[in-house]
Design a binder for this molecule. Structure first.
Ligand code: AMP
Length: 213
């Protein structure tokens, strides 16, 4: 099963992709996670991407499509995957078409998570990232010891640089202007499976699983 999960920043793509990847035992490919890991390890990619990611801008299409192609080529992609965070521009969507064609991947599921911008701002500015297990945690779920409720690591949850207020607004603007038009581009190609991303996590997951089965 090959899936593209699509939606604005903070809509819950990462959270849902983890649930789906576990449910179907398929690989979760998050371009944001790959970049953040490269940044924290100080790799060549990380050094090139750090300022761009932390400023809420988009890393270049060539770099990102190279990364996705390499990741897919180095795994058993026929077994399945869920792609989260890519494509983010029409150019990336076209490059992804080429990658899929080359690898013989046809007819992936295209799942869109939907939510109003104001809800996304609220979610992004009041969430934390566990630096140990990379899970996104709601601020309201953290106690004073800042212990990750997912993996139990102590004092491990931080605010992402790109979840700061002014950066969040910029990311949303980029989403609306540059990423959202991909839906129009894909509507000729794939069936659009639009899911309400404002329901609670379990309900959203249930609705996605319904579409996939
Ligand atoms: P995410 O975790 O998906 O919100 O991604 C975090 C950040 O990584 C984005 O704001 C971008 O700076 C960068 N990024 C992730 N995926 C892409 C992509 N497909 N194209 C360009 N930049 C990306």
């Amino acid at each position: 099963m090959q899936i593209i999960i699509f939606g604005g920043p903070g809509v819950g793509k990462g959270t849902q992709a983890k649930i789906i990847s576990k449910n179907f035992n398929i690989k979760h490919i998050s371009t944001g996670d790959i970049l953040r890991e490269s940044i924290s390890r100080g790799t060549e990619l990380g050094l090139a991407a750090k300022e761009i990611v932390e400023g809420g801008n988009l890393v270049s299409d060539d770099l990102m499509s190279g990364l996705v192609k390499e990741t897919l080529s180095n795994m058993d992609y026929q077994k399945g995957f869920i792609l989260d965070g890519f494509p983010r521009t029409i150019a990336q969507a076209i490059l992804l078409d080429g990658i899929f064609e080359e690898l013989g991947i046809d007819n992936p599921y295209f799942v869109i998570l939907n939510a109003d911008a104001e809800i996304l701002v609220e979610r992004l500015t009041s969430r934390r990232l566990c630096t140990k297990c990379c899970t996104i945690i709601k601020l309201s779920d953290l106690d004073e010891s800042n212990t990750c409720p997912n993996c139990g690591a102590k004092d491990s949850c931080i605010k992402r640089e790109d979840d700061k207020d002014e950066v969040v607004r910029k990311r949303l603007k980029i989403y609306e202007e540059t990423t959202f038009p991909i839906i129009d581009y894909y509507k000729e190609k794939y069936q659009l499976n639009i899911i309400n991303g404002t329901d609670d996590v379990d309900k959203v997951a249930e609705n996605i699983l319904k579409v996939l089965s």
